[in-house]
Design a protein around this ligand. Sequence first.
Ligand code: ATP
Ligand code: MG
Length: 411
Amino acid sequence: MRCSSYFLPTLKENPSEAKVPSHRLMLRSGMIRMVTAGVYNWLPLGLRVIRKVENIVREEMDKAGAQEVFMPMVQPAELWQETGRWDKYDTGLLLKFKDRHDHAACLGPTHEEIVTDLFRGNVKSYREVPVMLYQIQTKFRDETRPRFGIMRGREFMMKDCYSFDINPENALKSYNIMKDAYHKIFTRLGLDYRVVLSDSGDIGGDLSEEFQVLAENGEDDLLFDPNGEYAVNVEKHNPEKCNIPEDELQKAKGIEVGNIFYLGETYSKPMKAQIRLQDGSDVNAFMGCYGIGVSRTVAAAIEQNNDEKGIVWSKEMAPFNVGLINLRIKDDECNKVAEEMYELMQQKGIEVLYDDRDENAGTKFANMDLIGLPWQAVIGPKSIKNGEIEWKNRKTDEHINLPIGTFPEGI
Ligand code: ATP
Ligand code: MG
């Protein structure tokens, strides 16, 4: 991609409305723009990062045996009335409206009702389970306090997965398969995270764990036993169940990027989602549900990986691998080498953002540092005279000169 034609509106100044680094840097690097409170446009650069996260999530979900579906954002009131959640959410969270036929509906904040309805209408026998269905989709929650940019939005992207089994033992197996997949996802994303017990809250059920990215600006307070026995969201802290003296527990702030729940019959019972067993009897499906905040994960990664110059992307999440900087677009030699390198990287499948604009060196360097791609390849008259290009590692700030046409290791 060439910067000269890329829709990449970066900002030199810190936007005053942004209180945390991720929000500030996402605005400044041209990843997102606000439309209205808690509702954002994702610009091309930001969307590339979202896609990277989605791809990893998808790969690990598929490997775990979950199957991708796509459920509607508009959900009829009737299904929510069956579980009693329509009235429970009378204020906030559910954005309710009526269509031209006066049918009440809401924008989906989560999909337990929809997926349970899908299951009960189409799965009848024990032979057809376990089933795990997932989607990656836009959710809407009319949050009381949208803040920190896309970290707590009203409209946001979530991966949600649901499992169906014939008994609690099997349902816990599905739960653990998902937990395992979550470990793989957040490890691949290169995030420093912890798993903590959490309160099941509005979703219901009796076992729930959160995947929390550790970050100073996290909204959640976590407590740990340094030896790893006990880890909770403070909401769930129970001094009676904790064998460690209060003053020995470690405290940390976290950003909840994932949440897994064992639901049991919470939804299948009121919605009569049943499975016929071998002996002809019917049982309620034992369910689990598993969310990942795809868009929030992008913000969490930035909270954990930034410096005074900007974002520092990991290889897995970076929107491009390399920022190619042509220092002298008016110099024929520089231009020729830059164009050749741009071509070569595309041929090799190295994703490259090429700054071919007529700007001064300082602006170009500052811009690339802000965007935070793992590598910068700098083409200037001095080094190309020696047949070389200067490479910079954004994270370590190491500089090396390499012959034109070659690449640093591990790119
Ligand atoms: P929170 O406690 O932060 O309000 P939640 O526990 O209500 O979140 P879940 O129902 O567990 O959220 O949703 C699954 C995942 O979706 C969360 O772990 C989080 O990563 C993400 N998520 C939830 N609400 C938001 C939001 N308002 N903006 C962005 N991501 C969100
Ligand atoms: Mg949660």
